[in-house]
Ligand binder design. Sequence first.
Ligand SMILES: NC(=O)c1ccc[n+]([C@@H]2O[C@H](COP(=O)([O-])OP(=O)(O)OC[C@H]3O[C@@H](n4cnc5c(N)ncnc54)[C@H](O)[C@@H]3O)[C@@H](O)[C@H]2O)c1
Length: 338
Amino acid sequence: MRLLVTGGAGFIGSNFIRYWLTTHPDDQVINFDALTYAGNLENLRDIEDNPNYEFVKGNICDRDAVDAVMSRVDTVVHFAAESHVDRSISDPMPFIKTNVEGTFVLLESALKHSISRFHHISTDEVFGALPLDSKRKFTDDTKYDPHSPYSASKAASDHLVRAYHDTYGLPVTISNCSNNFGPYHFPEKLIPLAITNILEGKKVPVYGDGLYVRDWLYVKDHCTAIDAILTNGKIGRTYLVGGLTEDIPNIEVIRRILRIMGKGEEMIEYVKDRPGHDRRYAIDWTTIKRELNWKPAYSFDQALQETIHWFESNRQWWERIKSGAYREYYQNQYSVTE
Ligand SMILES: NC(=O)c1ccc[n+]([C@@H]2O[C@H](COP(=O)([O-])OP(=O)(O)OC[C@H]3O[C@@H](n4cnc5c(N)ncnc54)[C@H](O)[C@@H]3O)[C@@H](O)[C@H]2O)c1
């Protein structure tokens, strides 16, 4: 296969490229990425000399640049997105541009170049939130109900991808996955922020009461799920990909991290909640398990341990990120409650 991976310098995309080149060593991968604040070529240092890997800097909204790379591949795995909910609340425009217009440009180009598979990576946030006290999960039949500019823009992109299949016959698949975590996770997100703050001797900010529930997916398990979909997934289908079978509130995630790292609860600092914060997400991933024989290979605690170990061993990687422009963003975002 010749793969075009958009957004391959980001968190999940870089893990996916590493996974793909390791497990499919004869395939070729072009990583097409605009290198926004979230794109970091240091995520791919260990594979940049691989002869089957090429990096092309470009924006998915740029038709000519997209056409140039699209003409050289047969498969697209589309990760590129503005992906941080909090940023979408303070400045939604880049989310509409990249997530909606950029996806549209890619779809047009994929059609023009008769791409044999267009796989679109989406999020469970398109389904909105579930009440904290319910046992319900997002299923294949759950209606879209996005709440933030981020999830609304991802929902729009999902609809466009489906429309290109239904209207023009583009061979697409979609996956809606839950919150990923693992190596190379940008340290503004909950788990890496907690781990790196603890490693720096700082407190861990937790929004509101900390009772928000997310479904956590280890990024390495996500990569095997995408592989299963690319290899055996049905054209036109959407697969829900999650990692957990039980609810684990954010505060419990932090407590487990503190326990593994040998620290106590005094490291927790409650901060002001953000607007439109969804209460609970939970994914029913029985369809991908049943149809494609996929399930997570790691338990949540195993994956947390591996992740903590990775951040302990790769201090230079995250210290550089945390010392930059991100510091200013962090100060604005996490205002401590009185
Ligand atoms: N991280 C999660 O937990 C999660 C959960 C569900 C779905 N997703 C989806 O997975 C995908 C990847 O997420 P991530 O966490 O790796 O994101 P990320 O923010 O770490 O990486 C996004 C990458 O896209 C690139 N990019 C942004 N705008 C671009 C543009 N206009 N043109 C080309 N490249 C551009 C960035 O430079 C960056 O390398 C996204 O589509 C996101 O919506 C992520």
